[in-house]
Design a protein around this ligand. Structure first.
Ligand SMILES: *Cc1c(COP(=O)(O)O)cnc(C)c1O
Length: 378
């Protein structure tokens, strides 16, 4: 049996008519960038995420970058984030000239540990505190970080909070939705995300009128009015076609999220009877409405051998993420070393993402668990 990590073809078949209809309309109109389709999507995403404003941008990476630019990051400043995330989180901090500072993660959720955050800030000198401007928690794999203590610390030290919600659209924390709790919430429409475009795309949400105005200007090279530049922005625009695809898919998102949650529940049942809980740790659901962008298990030993075994059996898996940010070659100058973030380093060596996409069949899920059991029974 084949169980790919992700297969988008079946989902496409279910929305093909709707997509082809809007594609035809856009091609006939020859209107491709920003405009009414992007505006309509922005309104819908702001509503879906319980936020006031939303601004369509070119990617999730650019959502982070434009937020940092709107927060006036520069080479004198520092931003705290987690070392256990997709590269874009730390990369966009670095690209503004600011210095990323890492804090370790929670071993159950893999999200930023508020205790580590507190500890790192408490150890800072007055000068270091004066440079610290923002914190970027990441809602990894579809589950919100423990936001209340993070927001409290941010308030105490007057930090911008930029939520990297690229993997977490619609996930919830105490009745609030991912992205709506900080100053900026950043989303990605990369095709593998729960709400994926047919190319690159992203969105920033904010509750602040002033930050929204600034983001809007930064999106078009800082031009306001046209050809007058008070700020240096970039081309961070979203295509009408990507917006139209996302609008079509948004109507189906809750149903797909429900299927992912169902699949997670089925995995839990099957693993519970497989009797391998001494070697496999299942994802821990701490917050409400985990949207399962990924279903990531933690494997006590032989993770890489298990991955090869599953691959040979036709089961696709992935390692998110094999090298924590503080050990990446491009960040050598930040002067971190192995051992600085033991929880993130352990996760990098022991986690494995299993297929969780909505269209998986019961047989496929059962097959994945059976093969994992086979590996440990050998
Ligand atoms: C996907 C992702 C991004 C970047 O999004 P792109 O649209 O690929 O630029 C940023 N952060 C996290 C955590 C992501 O998973």
């Amino acid at each position: 049996m084949k169980v790919p990590l992700l297969d988008l073809k079946e989902q496409y078949q279910s929305i093909k008519e709707e997509i082809l209809k809007v594609a035809e309309e856009i091609f006939e109109s020859q209107y491709f960038i920003l405009g009414p389709r992007v505006e309509a999507l922005e309104k819908d995403i702001a509503g879906y995420c319980f936020s006031k404003h939303a601004l369509g941008v070119s990617s999730g990476t650019d959502a982070l970058l434009i937020s940092l630019m709107a927060a006036d990051m520069d080479a004198q400043q520092t931003v705290i984030t987690t070392p256990y995330t997709f590269f874009a989180t730390a990369g966009s901090i670095f690209r503004t000239g600011a210095r990323p500072i890492f804090v370790d993660i929670d071993p159950d959720t893999y999200n930023m540990s508020p205790e580590s955050l507190e500890r790192v800030i408490a150890a800072m000198t007055d000068n270091e505190l004066a440079s610290l401007k923002a914190v970027i928690p990441v809602h990894l794999y579809g589950q919100c970080a423990d936001m209340d203590p993070i927001l409290k610390i941010a308030k105490e030290y007057n930090l911008f909070v930029i939520e990297d919600a690229a993997q977490a659209i619609g996930s919830e924390y105490q009745g609030r939705r991912a992205g709506s709790m900080g100053d900026f919430g950043c989303f990605s429409f990369f095709p593998t995300k729960n709400l994926g475009a047919f190319g690159d795309g992203g969105m920033v949400i904010t509750g602040s009128d002033d930050l929204y105005d600034k983001l809007s200007v930064l999106r078009v090279h800082g031009s306001h009015p046209k050809y007058y530049h008070k700020l240096v922005g970039g081309n961070f625009r979203l295509d009408a076609f990507q917006a139209a695809v996302i609008s079509v898919k948004l109507k189906h998102l809750d149903k797909w999220t429900q299927s992912r949650q169902e699949n997670a529940r089925k995995y839990r049942e099957l693993f519970a009877t497989a009797g391998i809980d001494d070697v496999i740790k299942l994802p821990v659901e701490k917050e409400e409405r985990h949207i399962y962008n990924q279903f990531v298990i933690c494997v006590k030993d032989k993770r890489d051998e298990l991955r090869l075994f599953l691959n040979d059996a036709g089961v696709g898996t992935e390692i998110y993420y094999p090298i924590p940010m503080h050990l990446q070659e491009c960040f050598l100058a930040l002067d971190y070393k192995k051992g600085d973030f033991p929880v993130a380093e352990y996760a990098a060596l022991h986690t494995l993402a299993l297929p969780i996409y909505p269209e998986l069949s019961d047989d496929q899920i059962a097959y994945v668990v059976e093969k994992i059991k086979d590996f440990y029974d050998r």
